[in-house]
Design a protein around this ligand. Structure first.
Ligand code: CP
Ligand code: NVA
Length: 312
């Protein structure tokens, strides 16, 4: 049966653990300079991108290549012929029905989660969400991997997110609560975490034993945190909200001052791209706390592990 990855909670704790474990095996092989098995031999992956990308595109394309397969990069101007609306060159179901005849897997970065839903409902091949307005599951898997890399465990940990309740933080919230990691998020009062997202996280947490905290206070959220995470205040597609959001989020910057409220050895995370001087200072980005490039590296190991999950 095909399994889509439309959001992190499409996976349970066991599946996430399995994917992370396999990702560490791929990391080990790469660190030792070993070639990986050709599990993707002669297989093609479609990568639809309605939005810009550095890490996700390069990680997925490199993962496919290093596992013996091939990834085809499709921009919205090539197939949808429109960025932020769906009046494109052809319908999303028609795109899915074509791609399922050529490719083994369809991956997509889109504006609206609805597009991912339509793609996955229309295609008989699995669909992986490479970011939409609500979710970024492959990022969350890499985030969990880098947490494990630095702590060798998911036990007794607290992750704190300060900033916007967006695609990255909402899937991170679910991912941590599925894995049993305490999670605290601080957002401005005018940009709250949606209630359904909190309810879902609390449901996962009731099974895993994690604590979930939602606050407007960065000082409360960061207290005793092992990891502090932020992302841009203005996500792709929200550029017209720049002036309003930058004002509202002024007190939510990660800087040396706020880090003093965390544990002494707190690690700083960011999915990147970072907007230095906005959500985070240079001082923190380049500090001994920062694990942002380990985090970025995990994107590659996780993409390979996901391909392994489908084709290994
Ligand atoms: N973190 C992340 O998804 O980066 P890109 O937007 O560059 O792919
Ligand atoms: N929240 C950001 C993440 C970029 C990887 C965005 O959607 O633009």
């Amino acid at each position: 049966m095909k399994k889509n990855l439309t959001k992190i909670s499409d996976l349970d704790k066991q599946e996430i653990s399995k994917i992370i474990k396999q990702a560490f095996l791929y990391k080990k092989e790469k660190d030792q300079g070993k070639e990986h098995a050709d599990i993707l031999k002669k297989k093609t992956i479609a990568m639809i991108f309605e939005k810009a990308s550095l890490r996700t595109k390069v990680a997925m394309e490199t993962a496919a290549y290093q596992l013996g397969g091939h990834a085809v990069y499709l921009t919205s101007s090539q197939i949808l012929a429109s960025g932020n609306n769906q009046q494109g060159r052809e319908s999303i179901p028609d795109i899915a029905h074509n791609l399922e005849r050529f490719c083994e897997l369809i991956t997509a970065r889109v504006y609206h989660h609805e597009t991912i839903k339509i793609l996955s409902e229309s295609s008989n091949k699995p669909v992986i969400n490479l970011l939409c307005d609500q979710h970024h599951p492959t990022q969350t898997l890499a985030d969990l991997m880098v947490i494990y890399w630095h702590k060798q465990s998911f036990e007794n940990l607290k992750v704190c997110f300060i900033g916007d309740a967006n695609n990255v933080s909402q899937d991170l919230m679910q991912g941590c609560s599925i894995m049993g990691i305490d999670f605290s998020i601080a957002t401005p009062e005018s940009y709250p975490v949606p209630n359904n997202v909190i309810t879902e996280a609390l449901n996962h947490a009731s099974k895993s034993g994690a604590k979930v905290e939602v606050t407007t206070s960065p000082e409360i959220a960061i207290k005793n945190a092992d990891f502090v995470y932020t992302d841009t205040f203005i996500s792709m597609g929200e550029e017209d909200q720049y002036q309003a959001k930058i004002k509202e989020f002024a007190d939510y910057q990660i800087n040396s001052e706020i880090l003093k409220h965390a544990k002494n050895d707190v690690k700083f995370m960011h999915c990147l791209p970072a907007h230095r001087g906005e959500e985070v200072t240079d001082e923190v980005m380049d500090s001994k706390h920062s694990i942002i490039f380990d985090q970025a590296e995990c994107r590659l190991h996780i993409m390979k592990s996901l391909l392994h999950y489908y084709f290994g």
